[in-house]
Design a protein around this ligand. Sequence first.
Ligand code: E4P
Length: 217
Amino acid sequence: MQIFIDTAEISLLKELHETGLVDGVTTNPSLIAKSGRNFLEAIKEIAELIPGPISAEVAATDAPTMIKEGEKLSAIASNVVVKLPLTFEGLKACAHFASQGIMTNVTLCFSVTQALLAAKAGATYVSPFVGRLDDMGFNGMELIEEIRAVYDTYGYETEILAASIRSDAHVKAAALAGADCATIPPAVFKTLVKHPLTDKGLEQFVSDWKGTGQSIL
Ligand code: E4P
C-alpha cells in the first residue's frame, strides 16, 4: 500500500521524507489555510520535494472553472494531481482531465455509488473519507472494502486512496481492505513505527550488548 502524507506543512514533509517511506502527498483547502502558505507556491515546493503524486484541490464548483484551475495546478509540475470534488461538475472536469492524460483525485467520497461514478469518469484516485464516516456513526472502513469489491468485479483501474485517516488502526484496516494508498496525517504516520515491545526489546539488546564489552566497528 502506498503511503501519502495528508498535510501542506513543508517542514513536516521534509522530516517525514527522510524516512524514505513517503510515496505522495495530499492537500486540501483546509490544510492550505492551516499552513498559512500561498497555495501555488506551497504546491510547487511540495512537488519539488516529493517525487510522487501531489494532490492539489480546485476551489471552483463549476466544471469550466475547475478545468481552468486544474490546468493551472497541473502545469506547476508533472507530479501534480488535480483534486476534484465528487459532484457531477467535478466528474465532468475529471473526464476532461482523463482524456488529456492528466492525473485526478476525486475527493469527498462517502458511498460506493459515488466511487463507481468516479471510476467511470476515469479518476486516477478516489478518496473515500473513512474518519468522517466513523464520526457520523458509520463504519468507514466498510466503504473501502465495498469499493474494492466493485472495482475488482468490473476491472476499474482507479486507485482507492483511503482518506480521513485518524489512527494506526485505520491504516491497518485500509491495508487489509485492499486500499491502494492511504493518506495519513503526520502525527499518525509517526505512530506507525511504534510498539512498546519494540522499545522494550531494543532497550534490552542495547544493555546486553554493552555488557559484552564488544564493538562491531
Ligand atoms: C484527503 O484527501 C483529505 O485531505 C483528508 O484526508 C481529510 O481528512 P479529515 O477528515 O481529517 O479532514
